[in-house]
Design a protein around this ligand. Structure first.
Ligand SMILES: [Zn+2]
Length: 545
């Protein structure tokens, strides 16, 4: 059976991969499989099936952005929805209420684990499939892009047998990946690890995982109370959402357990404030909290087509103010892109802020009269690299662009309004016309004066450390230290580790497909701009019970 579809290339680098299926000749089962496999191959995090008046738009979320993938005519929409719901073990006769389901299966030797949810809309049922990627979590904390100083802190925090380690950030900032990576590092035969999750995002061998089910009264708090009687060493609480859970988490940690959890806040300081708002007693919190890892995800520059350009006035100012550095050249994404990326970006990178609590902060937390400003000063002095600084370092290393830093992090600067205009004029004129600027090591100019004092009186700036602090055990002066930073991104490596289902699955019954639903369709891929045709064997999704 052949699926005819065409790939329209809008222009090189800004590749649109819209495809169209021949619904008259291809069974919907194969189309559903093809969409899922294609999303996985494009490293999408989610697939959206959006019902519209005239049909259904299928979109992939790649590197944080939704991209149109294919359009399903109204006549076939219901079939496709039903097929997806069947795969996800959902009730196909119910289309007026939201449902949750899951698809686990094999595609070749690749294990696919997906969460499916349906939501009735006025135009029909919307389905969203989240594709869970275990690869990152299985590689451990060393591969999450932490700055060496932050990685050191995280590892120290992991070695403390009791206390709370919180990972914070908005939805989709990679909190779960970081938390699971820490858990993987702590997963030893001699420890009893229990998790309470909603939903369980990843099945890990050797770990007891509890699914929250509030409909029958199995809430985070209920589950936690029982868990404490199960002799745990380490407890993972999927998310701290309410006061009760926060209080149990704190109590568990001061009675000798290591508690990992996530919370929806933007930075370390906001997390402390949020916990205090949740009625957690100050003296307990100050004893319990080991550390806070805050993070955000930004797009990573494609290492194959990035180029160097001069910094704008605004950028110079930001580097001077927050890094105490004179920066005249930075890497940027090439909007034309290349075969390895889209618009000059490929994959994502996390910006971190890691706060390890010391006695000063503990004492401050204990003091009810302490003002927010004072706490902020304490949190962001000393060895804490702020999220903005971490982002700027990653920008200097050529891993992300200044634009991504600006887009993701609020930068307090008097000239903020001018930035967009400046970007529009200065950067566009510096984009290379034909060729990519070859890589070189002269990324940074020597700072004119490394002892430049900064008269900004804001509590967060100037940094209490010099640029030299960003490189470990390096006694060289600032200029050499910064030049020693790698100019080649160390990220965006193709995944070479194959996830073995049995490695990550608690239950061996999922490891082998039990029932084969479809036969592999063969697909002919036609590119509009080139006469070549490529035959792609798309394999199959096998449903697993
Ligand atoms: Zn590229």
């Amino acid at each position: 059976m052949m699926v005819q579809f065409d790939v329209k290339r809008v222009q090189k680098g800004t590749e649109s991969f819209m495809v169209s299926f021949d619904f008259t000749k291809t069974p919907v089962t194969q189309i559903a499989d093809y969409i899922i496999i294609s999303a996985s191959k494009h490293k999408s995090s989610d697939i959206h099936f959006d019902p519209r008046e005239d049909g259904m738009m299928v979109r992939f979320r790649i590197d944080g952005d939704l991209q149109d993938y294919t359009f399903v005519p109204k006549a076939y929409e219901k079939n496709l929805t039903t097929r997806l719901k069947l795969l996800a073990n959902m009730n196909i006769t119910e289309s007026r209420l939201p449902q949750d389901g899951a698809i686990k299966g094999m595609y070749g030797d690749k294990f696919l684990d997906m969460r499916v949810s349906s939501l009735p809309l006025n135009e029909g049922e919307k389905i969203v499939i989240r594709i869970l990627d275990y690869t990152m979590s299985l590689e451990g904390v060393d591969n999450l892009g932490f700055h060496p100083k932050n990685l050191e802190k995280v590892k120290r925090m992991m070695n403390i047998p009791n206390g709370i380690i919180l990972t914070t950030g908005a939805t989709g900032t990679g909190k779960s990946t970081t938390t699971y990576s820490i858990l993987q590092g702590l997963n030893k035969p001699e420890t009893n690890i229990i998790t309470v999750e909603d939903p369980i995002e990843m099945n890990i061998e050797g770990i007891n995982q509890v699914q929250v089910n509030s409909e029958i009264g199995m809430t985070f708090a209920t589950a936690l109370r029982s868990i404490l009687r199960q002799d745990p060493n380490i407890i993972l609480i999927g998310e701290i959402r309410d006061s009760e859970t926060a209080q149990i988490a704190v109590r568990a940690s001061i009675t000798g357990h290591l508690v990992l959890s996530t919370i929806h806040t933007n930075n370390a300081l906001a997390t402390v404030e949020r916990l205090l708002d949740m009625d957690v007693e100050r003296y307990l919190l100050s004893t319990a909290l080991t550390g806070i890892i805050s993070q955000r995800l930004a797009k990573m520059i494609c290492p194959d087509c990035r180029y160097q350009r001069e910094t704008t006035k605004y950028e110079k100012k930001v580097f001077k103010k927050y890094m105490n550095m004179d920066v005249n050249q930075i890497w940027d994404a090439n909007p034309k892109g290349c075969d390895h990326c889209r618009n000059g970006y490929h994959g994502r990178i996390a910006f971190h802020e890691v706060l390890e609590l010391d006695d000063n902060i503990r004492n401050a937390l204990n003091n009810e009269k302490l003002e927010k400003k004072e706490l902020a000063k304490m949190v962001y002095s000393g060895s804490t690299i702020t999220m903005l600084q971490d982002a700027l370092i990653k920008c200097l290393e050529g891993k992300t662009s200044f634009e991504e830093v600006y887009r993701n992090i609020e930068i307090e600067n008097e000239d903020d309004d001018n930035y967009e205009n400046e970007m529009a004029t200065e950067i566009k004129s510096s984009v290379p016309k034909e060729e990519y600027v070859p890589e070189s090591n002269d990324l940074l100019d020597t700072p004119q004066n490394k002892n430049t004092t900064n008269d900004v009186s804001s509590v967060i700036t100037p940094p209490a450390f010099t640029a030299a602090d960003f490189v470990d055990n390096n006694p060289q002066p600032v200029a050499n230290t910064i030049q020693a930073l790698p100019t080649t991104p160390v990220v965006a490596q193709p995944q070479t580790t194959q996830v073995q289902p049995q490695q990550v699955m608690a239950n061996a019954q999922y490891a082998q497909p039990v029932q084969q639903i479809v036969t592999p369709p063969t697909v002919v891929q036609q590119q509009v701009t080139t006469p070549q045709t490529t035959t792609v064997n798309v394999g199959q999704i096998s449903k697993v019970n």
